[in-house]
Design a protein around this ligand. Sequence first.
Ligand code: PLP
Length: 438
Amino acid sequence: MSANKKLYDEIFRLLYEHHKWFSESLPLIASENVPSPGVREALASDLGNRYAEGWPGERVYAGCTYIDQIELLAIETAKRLFSCEFVDVRPVSGVCANLAIYTAFTLPGDYMICLSIPCGGHISTGKMELGGTAGAVHGLKIEYFPFNYEEMNIDVDLTKKKVEELEKNGVKIKLAMFGGSVLLFPQPLKELASFLKEKGMFVCYDAAHVIGLVAGKQFQDPLREGADAVTCSTHKTLFGPQGGMIMSYEKFAEKIKKAVFPGNVSNHHLHSVAAKAIALTEMLEFGEEYAAQIVKNSKAFAEALAEKGLKVLGEKNGFTKSHVVLVDITKYGLGGDLERKLEKANIICNRNLLPWDIKEGRHFANPGGLRFGVSEVTRLGMKENEMKEIAGFITDIIVRNKDVEEVKKKVIEFRKGYQKVHFCFEPTRGAHEYIRIR
Ligand SMILES: *Cc1c(COP(=O)(O)O)cnc(C)c1O
């Protein structure tokens, strides 16, 4: 066998191993999910090798007869799902969707207000000094929303005060970006939107994480609460392919379309558009039931972790109203160390900064927190009782210091009962099954 064929085979072997490992694991990363066999089939289609720059019907290339119909169906389905006037399904990721909003509604040097990263903000809204997309790529200057640690939320009164004071000092903010990567609770968008708009801001809500809960009517609906636009990823609580999307009003459509193409994408990953269309139809059919189960599961999971000795954040407001649970593990160790230890037991989660970590001298490599998300295990068919069992495995490792190999065996056994994708039309294949088409 040639050395190159060996290399080729080795890549497939690793892919296979990854699938096997995930089929025996507890996937608890809040930004991840498992797609249906339908979404996976669309991703493997020929569309992944085609070009279709521009808008359906106004393409730069021939060959788009079916591609256009699929993209229009994706747009129409998203409009129905989110009851909105305008949707752009072309952003190739959540970051790309945010960049399109920056491009459409700000100039380099303008100011944006958003969450800081330790308080749950995302690097795509980050400062130049952090290498964040907003600062480093689009040249935005960043101010942060004042954040209340006990409420784990934006402070309305302090935000108004801050905006007024900045204005007095000659700083006019152009863009307010709500949303974030650790959203335990709905944000006070209703309370702030009209104030911020009167100050001349475009109000956007980055729903990368929570858009599947919005679709299922289990979380705040940003467009109804005053947002001018919503950006999102299509693969977090929305269980589609990796990608992005923008929802807004007709009056902003032309600016957004231009900012997406030619501004931030050339070709826009057409297999992903087809897979988005599939996932959106699944959401229309199953979204409410799915999202309601997620919210029940995360609450049950948070309560079980707290009962078993972990300090779960957001206690004052019932720990969580989303898919996310954030835990302060400093009593038992640090985030990086415990993330790796849990991984050895086939429990996959991620370390996360706590709002006060930087002040206390901790940083991202080994922060004080662990973040868990229950979207994927919910899609695997797990309910409140299973959440208690998972909380048991986690605290066996973190609190009771049990043998990692022993816990891993239990996890593999437990996971055997949850091998199919739920909330989809055709649960034909194993959720993490490796599908061979060679
Ligand atoms: C995940 C995330 C993004 C980025 O999305 P990608 O699809 O990974 O590019 C943007 N904003 C927030 C708040 C996120 O959590």
